[in-house]
Design a binder for this molecule. Structure first.
Ligand code: GDP
Ligand code: MG
Length: 440
């Protein structure tokens, strides 16, 4: 996936303080290869890379403390935007029934999706759909829809294959009004390729039915072809939404990335299998994560984080040396320690710690950490910056606010001030400046 492709580049960035323009360029080269390999339309790829670069090379990233994370975030956000950003819902007519016309090439999944959608509308939206069998050309098409209707117990309107699709649609609409259906789903015919006969027929049905929604059903497995098909249908017919089928297969996501960008029409649903309940609303952010392989990416982000900690450590050392350490720094340190896991586990990882005498007697209490954190968080900004101002009434307030005792607050403040003193001495010693006190 894309994540693995980025790994090498991210590893290189890891040791650096910040990401250079060259780093972003290299990452974007990987992204470009991955997208082209996933069969994304090359124009879409080009625009995508440009917009990511623009954002990623700007200050937003370079001045950021977490460059690797930022780049991935930008890629993820732009992928999401490319696929439409928000989840796009199916139309609802002001005056029922809502008329939905399905369109697409043969084998794309129109008939299956018609049944899935009817099932979805009934189950999730409590609707009363009517399905219309308007594919009179494919021998078993009517039977296929009727079988699905029976299976779901959802009515199917059909007039056999000797009546024109327009005529069938006209009668179906009358029937829908009569029986108070609130959705009419018209399953139409497809062809192996886009041709004028097909478009003419669909146009006629459209003219008669005036659909609220024209859903183009496209097979995600067909990659680049799906995009061309979508473009032709949109130009000739004008579509309002896309259903991407067969996303359960081994598709590389290329179609999902391109169709919205090329047609400007949102993907509304995703077909995730052959069964009638295998239809899901399409969520661009989830698809982006899937394409990125977010699980891996999160690990990468953690790795990229390492350089942040290095920069922070330097700053901390400076503060220790100059005696500027505040409770804010302290809290940050605490959070870092906490993020590493339970304390005794951490100690266990120290080389040779297991062999140390008396090691077993050291009681490591994570609860204590929680108290310490609560105390610091109950301090005001001024108190954290300058603990010297924390008088007894402030101590009482902090104890109350943190759910601890004044003794605990006193102890922490005392420990903190001793720690500061000690750190100043230690860093001084390291620099070879003040060896006056020694003893360590
Ligand atoms: P139509 O010609 O456009 O009406 O396509 P059909 O609805 O007859 O579907 C063609 C084939 O694709 C059938 O075998 C379906 O079971 C299958 N199919 C449709 N949608 C999906 C899907 O989301 N996932 C998978 N795996 N198969 C699907
Ligand atoms: Mg069909």
């Amino acid at each position: 996936g894309l994540a693995e492709r980025l790994q090498g580049t991210l590893n290189k960035i890891r040791g650096k303080g910040k990401v250079s323009e060259a780093d972003v360029k290299e990452m974007m080269r990987e992204v470009r290869f991955a997208l082209l390999e996933a069969d994304v339309n090359f124009k879409v790829v080009k625009e995508f890379i440009t917009s990511v670069k623009e954002r990623a090379v700007g200050q937003e990233v370079l001045k950021s403390l977490t460059p690797g994370q930022q780049v991935i975030k930008v890629v993820n956000e732009e992928l999401t935007a490319l696929m439409g950003g928000e989840q796009s819902k199916i139309a609802v007519a002001n005056k029922p029934p809502t008329i939905v016309m399905m369109a697409g090439l043969q084998g794309a999944g129109k008939t299956t999706t018609t049944a899935k959608l009817a099932n979805h509308l009934r189950k999730k939206h409590n609707r009363k759909p009517l399905m219309v069998a308007a594919d009179i050309y494919r021998p078993a098409a009517i039977k296929q829809l009727e079988t699905l209707g029976k299976q779901l117990d959802i009515p199917v309107f059909s007039m056999g294959d000797q009546v024109s699709p327009v005529e069938i649609t006209k009668n179906a609409l009358a029937k829908a009004k009569e029986e108070h259906h609130d959705y009419v789903l018209i399953d139409t015919a497809g062809r192996l390729h886009v041709d004028e006969d097909l478009m003419k027929e669909l146009d006629d049905i459209k003219a008669l039915a005036d659909p609220d929604e024209i859903l183009l059903v496209v097979d995600a497995m067909t990659g680049q072809d799906a995009v061309n098909v979508a473009e032709s249908f949109n130009e000739r017919l004008g579509i309002t939404g896309i259903v991407l089928t067969k996303l359960d297969g081994d598709t590389r996501g290329g179609a999902a990335l391109s169709v919205k960008a090329v047609t400007g029409t949102p993907i509304k649903f995703a077909g995730m299998g052959e069964k009638v309940d295998a239809l899901e609303p399409f969520y661009p952010d989830r698809m982006a994560s899937r394409i990125l392989g977010m699980g891996d990416v999160l690990t990468l982000i953690e790795k990229a984080q390492t350089n942040v900690d290095e920069a922070k450590a330097k700053e901390l050392e400076r503060k220790m040396r100059t005696n500027e350490l505040t409770f804010d720094d302290f809290l940050e340190q605490l959070e870092q320690v906490k993020s590493m896991g339970p304390l005794d586990e951490l100690l266990g990882m120290l080389p040779g710690a297991g062999k140390m005498k008396g090691m077993k007697n050291i009681q490591v209490d994570d609860k204590q950490l929680v108290h310490v954190e609560a105390i610091v968080k109950s301090m005001t900004k001024a108190e954290k910056q300058d603990p010297a101002i924390i008088n007894s009434s402030r101590r009482r307030r902090i104890a109350k606010g943190s759910g601890t005792s004044v003794q605990e607050v006193n102890r922490l403040i005392k420990q903190f001030s001793e720690m500061k003193k000690m750190m100043k001495q230690m860093t001084g010693m390291q620099k070879g400046k003040g060896k006056k006190k020694g003893g360590f």
